[in-house]
Design a protein around this ligand. Structure first.
Ligand code: BG6
Length: 659
């Protein structure tokens, strides 16, 4: 590996002063008039240029069907960059210097004449800007063109050794195949004329700093790697929640679904980084070998295993209190089949059948139109033995968790228990948190900078190798097959803006576990009781909450039971049922219930039933009393609720009694 690359990788691209610029190259962009070019590629080049990381010996040659001239292409890019650049301030002189190097030729990708023109233009630009014969072809086009482009470029004499000196490399966008067969076929087409080392398959998750940092975290710190195995880790959870819906991409998405769109690619990449063996070095192939091995160790499911370990969902409309549609469901989206069975949500338990991970459940879930945007990886360690604490007030211990916050919040968090100051042994969950924003200059990058940069140096670490892509499809294929064979019976099965289908909660509950929901203070502030809470109070609540989903009609609280927890409605409606079986109260998003029996230690005074599917946060009695003890103003508010809603007077002592 060239030394310069090592320097660059050590700090991502955050330390321009220690990183040299890219190698010289001409970048030929196929699909230059499209979305990707204006939204990501050009802003990434601009960022590199602003930070002195783009070689002066650089030129861009765009091509697409659209009949543009170099001048009109430059004018359009100059308009678009204002919208899509990611920097705080726009640096006009830097942009002017960059856009002067942009050129354009129109043409159809199957027309041999286009490639003749490209050869002549590339030769001119190479000579003018001193690009040393290096050419980077960027395929920002639909996958059906990948093979054709590789073929035509080779035929036109563009391969290394054919067209003078310098390197020739192709960056291929996603999706790479739509199933195992098509991925194999695509690999065969692409590799018919080019070597694997010249093909760079993009997965933009690998361009994310927080994803790259998974490797740095694991392999440059001595503290966790010894624990990184089945002896110490109980389970691992990958959560990629998106609040956005299909955003007008119904035509594409309806042929895809979340399994293909997120899991087989982005999530499996993160899985491989988190779970792979220690590579022999940080060389691209050393890392990619281990990633491929890991994916090859993931069990390929039988149809019965798919039914058992994988669930799917599709979002329905968002309704208001009266049942009116506020926002449409997936089947009502533009360009989506009104009877579509495409999944917009999936959750799975995977098995990694190797020495390190055998028996450790790995849970994945991802979906569109969910309650929040958030990507987190939660590594849950085995619990300490509780028996040690017999004779103390401690009755249960929560497991240690290491949480990688990938986006939008970027950080790493360790959760553990600490003794609450005082004469007796009471524990409270607490955390230590590293936040990228506090430790580094905020990242202004799109993620594509580092990929273009490392491709110019021939470093393929951040790109997917052919065997890796196929190994990922091999895991996904049995699921695709089973789902095709057995259409879903219950679509749509989750409402927009909810946590997703209850079946996902049941999947993990069957193993005696729960999804770890990362709750934020913003979420809590939507609840009237917490609205004015100070940071310390909210943080205590965030740490103590856990999640529960209820189906419509499900009894959440049964009259006469001993109350050990109280509930907060994140979304949905619940009914409080009175003596005569009549509904005495309807509670909605932001309301709390179940607090009375918890506080008075009396049996539950009423049944509470979910009227609609509900997403609920649960707070255990011990945690609640502890939090109230520390926050008398909240205790006061709770007393008020009890008085107004149930006409019960609660004594302060009862509120804050430890148990
Ligand atoms: C893309 C998918 O690959 O990744 C989109 O096609 C998805 O459907 C996107 O929204 C998510 O990327 P990010 O970077 O926003 O997490």
């Amino acid at each position: 590996m060239p030394e310069s690359i090592q320097v660059a990788r050590a700090g991502g691209l955050d330390a321009p002063e220690t990183s040299p610029p890219t190698q010289p190259f001409v970048m030929v962009v196929f699909g230059a008039s499209g979305d990707l070019t204006k939204r990501l590629l050009v802003p990434a080049l601009y960022n590199l240029a602003c930070d002195g990381l783009l070689s002066e010996q650089f030129a861009l040659l765009g091509t697409a069907m659209e009949d543009l001239s170099t001048d009109s292409f430059r004018a359009r890019m100059s308009e678009d960059i204002k919208k899509f650049h990611t920097r705080q301030d726009f640096d006009q002189p830097a942009w002017d210097r960059l856009v002067e190097r942009f050129h354009y030729v129109p043409g159809g990708f199957s027309d041999p004449g286009l490639y003749e023109t490209l050869r002549a233009e590339v030769a001119k630009l190479d000579a003018k800007f001193g690009c040393q014969g290096n050419v980077l072809f960027y395929f920002a086009v639909a996958p059906r063109f990948f093979g054709l482009l590789c073929d035509n470029l080779a035929r036109a004499g563009f391969k290394q050794g054919q067209a003078g000196g310098g390197w020739k490399r192709c960056i291929v966008e996603k999706p790479f195949g739509t199933d195992l067969d098509s991925a194999r076929k695509l690999n065969a087409e692409v590799l018919a004329n080019w070597r694997e080392s010249e093909i760079y398959r993009v997965d933009h998750y690998l361009g994310k700093e927080t994803v790259q940092n998974l490797l740095a975290f694991r392999f440059s710190n001595g503290m966790f790697e010894p624990l990184w195995n089945k002896h110490f880790i109980d389970n691992i959870q990958f959560n990629v929640a998106e609040a956005v819906d299909v955003e007008g991409r119904g035509g594409y998405y309806d042929q895809s679904g979340v399994l293909r769109d997120m899991m087989q690619n982005h999530m499996f990449q993160m899985l491989a980084y988190l779970c792979m063996e220690v590579p022999g070095s940080f060389e691209a192939d050393a890392i990619r070998n281990e990633k491929a091995k890991l994916l090859q160790s993931v069990r390929h499911y039988t149809p019965a295993e798919v039914d058992r370990y994988v669930v799917r969902g599709q979002y329905g409309p968002q309704l208001d209190d009266k049942g009116n549609v506020v926002k449409p469901g997936y089947r009502q989206e533009k360009d989506v089949n009104p009877a579509s069975n495409t999944e917009t949500y999936a959750a799975a338990r995977l098995h990694i059948d190797n020495w390190r991970w055998e028996g450790v459940p790995v849970y994945l879930r991802s979906g569109k139109a969910l309650w929040k945007r958030g990507t987190e990886i939660v590594v849950e360690f085995k619990k300490a033995p509780e028996v040690l604490f017999r004779g103390t007030p401690v009755t249960q211990l929560s497991p240690n968790r290491l949480i990688f916050h990938i986006q939008p919040y970027q950080g790493i968090e360790v959760r553990f228990q600490a003794k609450i100051p005082g004469p007796r042994l009471h524990l409270q969950p607490v955390h230590m948190r590293f936040s990228y924003g506090d430790a580094f200059k905020g990242s202004r990058y799109t993620g594509y900078e580092v990929m273009l940069y490392s491709c110019s140096y021939g470093d393929a670490t951040l790109f997917s190798r052919g065997d890796l892509v196929e190994a990922a499809w091999e895991v996904a294929q049995p699921i695709i097959d089973r789902w095709k064979e057995k259409p879903p019976a219950d679509f749509p099965n989750y409402a927009r803006a909810s946590w997703g289908p209850k079946a996902a909660a049941d999947l993990i509950a069957r193993d005696g576990r729960q999804w770890h929901e990362v709750v934020t203070e913003e979420v809590l502030r939507c609840v009237p009781l917490f609205k004015d809470g100070d940071r310390l109070f909210l943080e205590q609540v965030v740490m103590a909450l856990h999640a529960r989903q209820a189906e419509a009609g499900e009894l959440v609280i049964k009259k006469g039971d001993i109350g050990r927890e109280l509930y907060l409605v994140a979304r949905g409606q619940v009914e409080v049922i009175g003596e005569t079986g009549k509904v005495i109260k309807l509670l909605r998003d932001g309301d709390i219930f179940g607090e009375i029996a918890v506080l008075t230690s009396q049996p539950r005074t009423a049944d509470v039933r979910a009227k609609t599917p509900c997403d609920l946060f649960v707070l255990d009695k011990a945690d609640f009393s502890r939090i109230l003890r520390d926050n008398p103003h909240v205790a006061e508010a709770v007393k008020q609720i009890a008085k107004e809603r149930y006409r019960i007077n609660i004594l302060m002592e009862a509120l804050i009694a430890p148990h």
